[in-house]
Design a binder for this molecule. Structure first.
Ligand code: FAD
Length: 419
């Protein structure tokens, strides 16, 4: 059996291991950390993630501990009013064939890890950081950070935002620092105010900031994520935060979302990064996957979902072709699609979650004019498409962008605007 090496044992790397084994390879997962694990708490999983998880054979173990939400809500974080809602219950599931759910990241990662552990064809090697690769006509040699060398027929770089494999393959420097700081905490569900409970993902939008909360871990916990455009210019991961910083950033919000900042004591901060899309994912027998290939802001809640789709697409290609043509086929199928998700993520942050003044009023008017059907029509490309690019399709958000651009340049705030 040929060996496929995978740098990184996050959600993308473990999903890739399961996919390449299904294609007939032995998978060697090289993880830099001493233990396989996943930082952070909640994750939203769209129906496209469940489609991929089904193909990887792990739907059941993920679904067991996930919360299947009924509704996505966009609220005005200054007035407390509902801006728009989307039912994601029966009709939504029928349309996409799969549910929308929220899960604990640890549970999703563990489901993938356990599936890898139960396969004789997966070697899980923690404490094995990948430093560089070299290749010849027959295979790839990976050099680890301790100097050891390993050989296989191919290498999948699933080593995340600061990917060493990407550094060598693309060489496009460090990721772009977005200037947005995200504050995360988890609280027991019992501490959540009665009126904010329920099986929903709720997003409160205000100029330059937003708040998201949803239940996780069988509804026993609530995941809180507050984001503000702080202009931070350095990447940060997991910095402990004092309550005063939370109050300074979010103290101006309506009492409903503002209450959330006092419910947790152990806030931690991340400064979000992404990259401009690139379709250079392959160097011969080496290819990128997940955040290493297409790091995106979290605003479409799709980074991990796309990594799962990548894994399935790559596995399907490897089942049909030798690594070099399979990697080319996979790159061609996935890169245009994920480019659009990266761009949509930036767009959502700028135009839907953080706008102010006339742009926010236009957003409200636009969303009020759409039926749920209209909204779903704009989401089909993301949730309904198989893990493949569909270049040539019109951009469903392009009309929206024009509307909002026009609002920014020509509009005046209507009288009585609170923004
Ligand atoms: C605040 C926030 C909220 C998010 N919410 C969502 C959401 O709701 N839904 C969603 O789908 N996505 C969400 N995402 C995005 C999602 O978390 C990522 O896209 C996803 O985890 C990427 O998985 P990955 O395996 O590609 O990379 P990673 O999870 O970064 O895994 C990379 C792995 O590689 C290892 N590694 C790094 N360098 C090396 C090396 N040189 N050698 C060996 N190993 C190495 C790392 O230790 C790590 O284990 C969110 C992201 C953030 C920041």
């Amino acid at each position: 059996m040929s060996t496929m090496m995978i740098a990184g044992g996050g959600i993308g790397g473990l999903a890739a291991a399961l996919a390449v084994v299904r294609a007939g390879y032995r998978a060697v997962v090289l993880e830099r950390q001493p233990e396989f694990g996943e930082l952070g708490a909640g994750i939203q999983l769209g129906p496209n993630a469940f489609r991929a998880l089904e193909q990887l054979g792990v739907t059941h173990s993920v679904a067991e501990r996930a919360v299947f939400v009924d509704r996505l809500r966009l609220m005005d974080a200054l007035t407390g009013h509902l801006i728009a809602g989307l039912e994601v219950g029966t009709t939504f599931r029928k349309r996409y064939g799969h549910p929308y759910a929220v899960a604990h990241r640890g549970h999703l990662h563990r489901a993938l890890l356990e599936a890898c552990r139960s396969s004789d064809a997966v070697d899980l090697c923690s404490d094995n950081g990948v430093e560089r690769y070299d290749q010849d006509d027959d295979g790839v040699t990976v050099t680890l950070t301790d100097g050891r060398r390993l050989r296989g027929v191919g290498l999948i770089g699933a080593d995340g935002l600061h990917s060493a494999v990407r550094g060598q393959l693309v060489g496009d420097g460090p990721p772009r620092v977005s200037g947005h700081t995200t504050y995360r905490a988890v609280i027991p569900a019992a501490r959540m105010p009665e009126d904010l409970r329920g099986h929903a993902v709720t997003l409160w939008a205000a100029p330059g900031c937003h708040v998201v909360h949803y239940p996780i871990a069988g509804s026993t916990l609530v995941n809180l994520v507050l984001t503000r455009d702080t202009g931070a210019d350095q990447p940060v991961a997991g910095r402990p935060v004092e309550p005063a910083e939370m109050a300074a950033n979010f103290g101006h919000l309506h009492p409903s979302p503002r209450r959330l900042i006092t419910l947790a004591q152990d806030w931690k901060a991340w400064v979000l990064c992404d990259r401009d899309p690139s379709d250079r994912w392959q160097d011969g027998r080496v290819v990128l996957l997940g955040d290493a290939a297409h790091p995106m802001l979290q605003y479409a809640a799709q980074g991990a979902c796309q990594a799962l789709e990548d894994a399935v697409c790559l596995g399907d290609a490897l089942a049909e072709q030798a690594p070099i043509p399979a990697f080319a086929h996979y790159t061609a199928r996935r890169s245009a699609h994920t480019r659009r998700v990266q761009q949509t993520s930036r767009y959502l942050g700028r135009e839907i979650y953080h706008p102010s003044g006339p742009a926010a009023d236009k957003r409200d008017a636009m969303l009020a004019a759409w039926t749920e059907h209209d909204l779903l029509d704009r989401l089909d490309w993301l949730y309904a498409s198989p893990p493949a690019a569909r270049p040539g399709l019109p951009d469903p958000w392009s009309g929206t962008r024009q509307t909002l651009d026009a609002a920014r340049h020509n509009g005046r705030p209507p009288s009585g605007s609170t923004r």
